[in-house]
Write a protein that binds this ligand. Structure first.
Ligand code: ADP
Ligand code: LRH
Length: 494
């Protein structure tokens, strides 16, 4: 049995994990991918004064720990890849040293900048040139906030590395800029796939800090000698995967040929479909869709929905108060509650920032004249019902944009462990939900490594491998009448 072993680092906003992937080919020619999680660690944002940061060196340390552990456990990965959440970055000075701690995308320093930049260039033009839903955290707004604050870090910057590229650099010393992450900046032309230097110059953002993007599957280089020496391990080669976690997740969706629609369900909920080219119409802009580059040079037409972040923040608050429930317990508790008692629009911007989340849910319900959820289970049910309904509206909008009718929805990511949410989603959309795999981002990350190693020829073959290797749970819809009625009520909130 031939075997190829790789290592995937998948860093989400709530946790990071390292997984080993083993691609085996039996004598009959059948190939399977087996994955094993070897390390998982929390990803905790740190407030410093008025700013919110990622603890990037802690994340690096956890990754080094995982590398050592991989070898201690007897694995011999030939390559590794890193995928993370989108939009954030670190800056390097002239000596190649990291300038400070990267900002967290929930840092409030970008407040008001969507409107300010829109007033300068016009919404349509910005969408045509950047292809993204106007989210306050897009890299363009973060850099403009630094420029407006006359940030010495920005002035000293010689190279900008998006988070996964930065982590690869800290492990290998090699600088690269991977395409899928580059498309989350709003500074890359979606059509030409080149940096929009004229927009940068007009905004006063340095354009010479950006590197030429490379596609997923590009080999970057080995671990640095220092890292190998520190960890006492042989060298492993870094591969640029689809380094944006959403795009790695989409690469692992076990879809066959033909159009499909998906929900990548983690801290954020991304509902989308895959296209060969970006869709830059006024309608796509009005419906607030993004065009994000992915594996195989494809574009994802997708919508960012606030997602399970709302529940995560409520849980954090309840944990601090000593009312500790696991996510599985919260789903079970929510299931016992009355459905549709109160609904929120999850994308109301009050839910974007951290803290006081239960009060934010309650205030939304109060202000919209609905019963106010009080208990943990009432709040959790309100969030889950509302997310499911939001997924339906995103699906309908995609169908409007593409003219397709999709037979069901693929769901992947940590959120599919919430079986209630999967069921509610099937009911809300009135079609089956195909749930799996949970660790889609890590699997997509591995698939890009297999492509770089010549073990998979293309994205379609990679998806076949995912489909052959991981089970999918099917949720059939029910209670259509009541869901249709409730959807009408929900639409009034949007
Ligand atoms: P990210 O990659 O953005 O950090 P994940 O894909 O790991 O996020 O998904 C995290 C979310 O998955 C949590 O917010 C939680 O709501 C949900 N989740 C994780 N484990 C479970 C579980 N055992 N039961 C129900 N939901 C879960
Ligand atoms: C999900 C995600 C999403 C981005 C957000 C910043 O993890 O990558 O696609 O928009 O984080």
């Amino acid at each position: 049995m031939l075997q190829t072993t790789v290592l995937a680092f998948d860093l989400g906003a709530s946790s990071g994990r390292a997984l080993i992937g083993k691609l085996t080919r039996a004598e009959d020619g059948e190939r399977r991918l087996e994955v094993e999680e070897i390390h998982r660690f929390p990803n905790v944002a740190v407030q410093v004064g008025r700013h919110l940061h990622w603890d990037i060196l802690r994340l690096l340390q956890e990754m080094k720990h995982a590398l050592r552990k991989a070898f201690q456990l007897g694995f011999k990965p030939v390559t590794f890849g890193v995928d993370t959440w989108g939009v954030d970055f670190g800056l390097l000075d002239a000596n190649g040293e990291l300038l400070g701690n990267p900002y967290h995308y929930r840092d409030p320093h970008t407040e008001g900048l969507i409107e300010e930049i829109e007033a300068l260039f016009g919404k349509e033009e910005l969408f045509r040139q950047g292809g993204l839903q106007f989210m306050p955290f897009n890299t363009i707004y973060q850099l403009y906030a630094m420029k407006k604050a006359a940030s010495p870090k920005l002035e000293a910057a010689r190279t900008l590395l998006l988070t996964p590229d930065l982590l690869v650099y800290l492990l290998t010393g090699q600088r690269a800029c991977e395409f899928s992450m580059a498309t989350t900046t709003q500074l890359l032309h979606p059509e030409s796939r080149q940096w929009n230097t004229s927009l940068m110059e007009k905004l006063g953002i340095p354009s010479d800090v950006f590197l030429e993007p490379v596609y997923p599957g590009t080999r970057i280089g080995p671990l640095s000698e220092e890292v190998c020496e520190e960890l006492g391990i042989p060298s492993v080669e870094a591969v640029a995967v689809a380094t944006h976690d959403t795009e790695s997740a989409v690469a692992a969706i076990p879809a066959g040929a033909g159009a499909f629609v998906y929900l990548v369900c983690g801290t954020w909920s991304l509902v989308g479909t895959e296209l060969d080219q970006p869709l830059l119409t006024a309608e796509a802009m009005e419906l607030e869709f993004s065009n994000e580059g992915g594996a195989g040079g494809k574009y994802q037409l997708l919508k960012n929905i606030m997602g399970l972040w709302i529940l995560q923040e409520c849980k954090r608050e309840w944990d601090e108060q000593g009312n500790v429930y696991s996510f599985a317990e919260l789903a079970n508790m929510a299931e016992q509650e009355e459905a549709f008692r109160s609904l929120i629009n999850p994308d109301d911007l009050r839910f974007f920032g951290p803290s006081n989340m239960t009060e934010k849910v309650r205030s939304y319900c109060r202000e919209s004249g609905q019963p106010v959820p009080i208990t943990e289970s009432e709040v959790a049910r309100c969030i889950m019902d509302s997310l499911a309904l939001r997924y339906r509206s995103a699906l309908e909008q995609i169908e409007k944009l593409t003219g397709e009718r999709y037979g069901g929805m693929h769901m992947v990511g940590g959120g599919i462990q919430n079986k209630l949410l999967c069921r509610l989603t099937a009911n809300a959309i009135g079609r089956p939900v195909w749930a799996g795999p949970v660790e889609a981002s890590a699997i997509g990350n591995m698939l890009a490594q297999f492509m770089a190693l010549g073990k998979c020829t293309d994205l379609a073959e990679a998806r076949q491998l995912s489909a052959a290797s991981f089970p999918v749970d099917i949720y059939e819809p029910s209670d259509m009448d009541i869901w249709n009625e409730t959807y009408e009520r929900f639409k009034q909130l949007l």
